[in-house]
Design a protein around this ligand. Structure first.
Ligand code: ZN
Length: 684
C-alpha cells in the first residue's frame, strides 16, 4: 500500500496530467484541489463523484463506515509515540485559546509546527520517521503555554502547569529525546532506540523470544496456519514479566475501539447483502475479543466479498511503524466501486486478443492466446488513521501470506485520489514552466487525466502480458537491462495503441486530444521533467526512468530528419515539442517491434546497446537548467488530503438522505476531529 503512495509523491512532481472521463468537458476550475502548503507538505482535497447516485441505504453505509474511520484517529497518535496525544492537545489548546499576538512571525511558526504534528500524526516526520522541531524558542513556547487561558492542558493527575511544562517542553525541543520513531540502525537495539509505542521496557531479544515461543506453541498444538502474532498489541515488561496488552474492547485503546465498534454495528444494520454483513460482524467480533484467528476469518470473508458496491478497510493493518515489523498501525479507508473506470479497464482486458493480433511486432513473437488482467478502480469516500492525510493510491490486501495464497487478495487503484493529485498539480506551475505552448497546456488540462489512466490500463492490463519468447529463450538473457526494457515494451504497447482508432471504436475516448496529450506529456517527461528527480552529476538508474528516457530520446533520434520531435530554446529555456503525431506513433510501433524482438530472442547485446546509448547519461547543462527552473516553483515533495464530510439529513429521527460537503480548511478539520472524534486519554 505504502509503496504506491510514495510512487505517487514522485508522479505528482513530474506530471501535470489529470483524469476521469466525465471531467474532460468540465475542467473543474471552481473546485480548489490544492488548499495550502507549509514546510515540505501540501494539503489537498478530493471529490467523491458518484456519491449522490448511491441508494439511501448505501449512503447510510458510507456514513457509518466513515464515522468508524474517524473514531480510531487517537490510536495512531499514541502508537507512534507515547507523548503524541499530550503534545497534540497542548498545541490545540494554544491554537484555540491563546489571546496574545497571533499575527506575529513566531506565532505563525508555532502554527506551522502544529500543522506538521497533525499531518504526521505525531512529532516524527511521516516519511523519514525523524523527529522534527518547531522553528521557535522553548522560551517562547513556554510563554504561549503560560499565557493561554480559558482552555485546559492535558495535565497528569495531580500535576500543575509548571511541572507539566517541565515535562513536555524538552520532549518537543530536545534533539536527544526520541530522535527517531523507527530506528533501523544496525548494531543497536531496535526497540530501545525507536520512539514508537509498541514496546515498553522490552529489548529486541526479549521480544523475539516472546513471539518465537508463541509460534512454537502453536506449531506444537498442530496449527496448520499461523495467525499474525503480535499484530494488535503492545508488548510490555511489568515486574520482570513480558506480556501483551491487546488492543480490544476492555483492553488497550478501549475507549476508541468502543466507538469504532459502535459505528461498525450501525453499518452492519444497513449492509448491502448478507455476505457483507458477515464481514462487518466478524470485524466487530475481532475488536471485541482481540482474537487474531477471528482477524484471519474476517480477512478471508473480506477478500471473498466481490459483489458489494461499497467496501472498506478498518483495523491494525500495516507494520511499517514497527522496527520489528510485527505490530500494525490503525487505519481505515471507505470506498465504492468506480463503475465507469472499472469498465474502461474491463473493456481493454476483454479485447486483449484483438490488440495482440494487430500489434506491429513480428508474428513469431505474438501470443496465439492472450488473457488480459482486469483491475478494479475505486472511489475513496473517507480516509482515516494511517491513511490520513497522507494517502495510498492503491490497495492490495490482506497482508497475511497464507490468506493471499489460499484465498487471493483484492487489488484496487483509487482514481479520485490520483485525479485530485493531478488537478492540484495543474495549478503548481510545473506544466506552465515546461510545456512548449499554451495549446499543450490546454490539451493536458482537458485530456491529461484520462490519457494517463488509459496509458496505465494499457500498460498494466495488456502491455506486460503481450508477446512470447521464441523456443529456446529462457527470459533471463537481458540480465540487468531486462527490467527497463520490459517497462519500455509495456509503455510502447500503451503509446502505440492509445492513438489507435480502436480506442474510439471501443468508446474509450471521443477526442484525439487524449492521445496527443499523452504523447506530449510522455516526451516532455522523458526528455526534460523527470530529470528533476536526479541529483546533479548522477546518471539515471531507476528502471522506469531509464525506460522513459530510452523511448523519448530514441524516438527523437529516429525522427530527427523529419523533425518529428523538435527541441528548441526560448528565452534561454529548453523545450520539446511533438510536430508530427502520426509519424511519432509509427516510430513507437517500430520501437515496440524491435524491443519485442530483443526480448523474444534474448538479444542481450542489442538491449544493452540501446539502454546505454539512450537511457543512462544525462546532459549536464540541460540538467542544471531543469533543476534551476524546478526549484523556483517551490513545490512541496509530500502531499496529503483532507476528508469530505458526510452530513445525515434526518426526519423524525430517521435518516432520509446523506449530503456530502467539501470543507477547505485543514486547521478547521483537525480541530473538529480533535473535538468530536477523539476518545483516548492523553496518556495510555
Ligand atoms: Zn510496468
Amino acid at each position: 500500500m505504502k509503496q504506491l503512495a510514495l510512487l505517487l509523491i514522485m508522479i505528482g512532481l513530474i506530471t501535470a496530467s489529470c483524469n476521469q472521463e466525465q471531467k474532460k468537458t468540465e475542467p473543474q476550475q471552481e473546485f480548489k484541489f490544492l488548499l495550502e502548503q507549509f514546510a515540505d507538505l501540501k494539503i489537498m482535497r478530493y471529490q467523491v463523484p458518484g456519491f449522490d447516485e448511491l441508494t439511501l441505504q448505501q449512503k447510510e453505509l458510507v456514513y457509518y463506515l466513515s464515522q468508524a474511520a474517524l473514531a480510531g484517529r487517537d490510536i495512531l497518535f499514541d502508537q507512534n509515540y507515547k507523548y503524541n496525544l499530550a503534545i497534540r492537545r497542548t498545541l490545540e489548546n494554544i491554537a484555540e485559546n491563546y489571546k496574545g499576538n497571533r499575527e506575529s512571525d513566531e506565532f505563525k511558526k508555532f502554527m506551522v509546527y502544529t500543522k506538521r504534528v497533525w499531518f504526521s500524526n505525531g512529532i516524527h516526520h511521516h516519511y523519514s520517521k525523524d523527529k522534527f522541531f518547531p522553528e521557535i524558542t522553548p522560551a517562547y513556547f513556554e510563554s504561549l503555554m503560560r499565557e493561554t487561558t480559558g482552555g485546559s492542558f492535558p495535565l497528569r493527575e495531580g500535576q500543575d502547569l509548571e511541572s507539566f511544562i517541565a515535562e513536555i517542553v524538552p520532549v518537543i525541543f530536545d534533539p536527544n529525546i526520541a530522535p527517531k520513531a523507527v530506528s533501523q540502525e544496525a548494531g543497536k537495539d531496535l526497540l530501545l532506540n525507536s520512539a514508537c509505542n509498541f514496546y515498553e521496557g522490552v529489548t529486541e531479544q526479549e521480544a523475539e523470544l516472546f513471539y518465537k515461543n508463541l509460534k512454537d506453541q502453536a506449531v506444537k498444538a498442530g496449527a496448520d496456519t499461523l495467525v499474525s502474532f503480535g499484530l494488535n498489541s503492545k508488548l510490555v515488561k511489568r515486574n520482570g514479566v513480558v506480556a501483551e496488552e491487546v488492543y480490544k474492547l476492555g483492553g488497550l485503546y478501549s475507549q476508541a475501539i468502543e466507538q469504532v465498534v459502535y459505528w461498525l454495528k450501525k453499518a452492519a444494520g444497513v449492509a448491502e447483502n448478507s455476505h457483507q454483513k458477515a464481514v462487518i460482524e466478524a470485524l466487530v467480533k475481532y475488536y471485541e475479543t482481540g482474537d487474531l484467528s477471528i482477524w484471519d476469518e474476517y480477512n478471508v470473508l473480506w477478500v471473498q466479498d466481490l459483489d458489494s458496491h461499497i467496501d472498506f478497510v478498518n483495523g491494525f493493518i500495516e507494520n511499517y511503524g514497527d522496527p520489528m515489523g510485527l505490530k500494525a498501525t490503525w487505519e481505515s479507508v471507505v470506498n465504492f466501486k468506480d463503475i465507469k473506470a472499472t469498465q474502461r479497464a474491463e473493456t481493454i482486458s476483454a479485447n486483449a486478443q484483438w490488440f495482440e493480433d494487430h500489434s506491429p511486432v513480428d508474428t513469431r513473437f505474438k501470443k496465439p492466446e492472450v488473457k488480459g488482467v482486469s483491475a478494479k478502480v475505486i472511489t475513496a469516500a473517507q480516509l482515516g488513521g494511517d491513511c490520513y492525510p497522507s494517502t495510498p493510491i492503491g490497495i492490495n490486501l490482506p497482508n497475511a501470506d497464507w490468506i493471499r495464497k489460499e484465498h487471493g487478495s483484492k487489488s484496487v487503484t483509487i482514481e479520485n485520489i490520483t485525479y485530485a493529485y493531478d488537478q492540484a498539480a495543474i495549478g503548481n506551475g510545473m506544466i506552465e514552466e515546461f510545456a512548449a505552448s499554451p495549446e499543450e497546456i490546454e490539451l493536458a488540462k482537458n485530456f491529461g487525466s484520462l490519457a494517463s489512466n488509459l496509458h496505465t490500463d494499457l500498460h498494466e492490463c495488456l502491455g506486460h502480458g503481450s508477446g512470447q519468447l521464441l523456443p529456446g529463450t529462457r527470459g533471463d538473457e537481458l540480465k540487468n537491462y531486462g527490467s527497463p526494457l520490459e517497462e519500455a515494451r509495456a509503455d510502447l504497447f500503451a503509446l502505440y495503441y492509445i492513438a489507435d482508432p480502436k480506442m474510439m471504436e471501443l468508446g474509450l475516448y471521443d477526442n484525439e486530444g487524449v492521445y496527443k496529450a499523452e504523447y506530449n506529456s510522455y516526451i516532455r517527461n522523458g526528455m526534460l521533467t523527470q530529470l528533476t528527480r536526479i541529483e546533479p552529476g548522477k546518471t539515471i538508474e531507476q528502471a522506469h526512468m531509464r525506460c522513459r528516457q530510452l523511448i523519448a530520446a530514441w524516438s527523437y533520434d529516429l525522427g530527427k530528419d523529419k523533425n518529428v520531435i523538435e527541441k528548441f530554446e526560448r528565452d534561454g529555456k529548453t523545450y520539446v515539442k511533438v510536430n508530427d503525431y502520426e509519424a511519432l506513433r509509427e516510430l513507437f510501433g517500430k520501437m515496440l517491434s524491435e524491443i519485442q524482438r530483443i526480448k523474444s530472442e534474448g538479444d542481450y547485446t542489442a538491449g544493452r546497446d540501446l539502454i546505454e546509448k539512450y537511457a543512462v547519461q544525462v546532459d549536464q547543462k540541460l540538467h542544471s537548467e531543469i533543476l534551476a527552473r524546478f526549484s523556483k516553483l517551490n513545490l512541496a515533495p509530500y502531499g496529503g488530503f483532507i476528508n469530505p464530510v458526510f452530513v445525515p439529513v434526518t426526519q423524525n429521527g430517521k435518516i432520509v438522505d446523506v449530503k456530502v460537503e467539501y470543507p477547505d480548511d485543514y486547521t478547521g478539520q483537525m480541530m473538529d476531529y480533535s473535538k468530536n472524534h477523539s476518545f483516548l486519554p492523553a496518556f495510555n
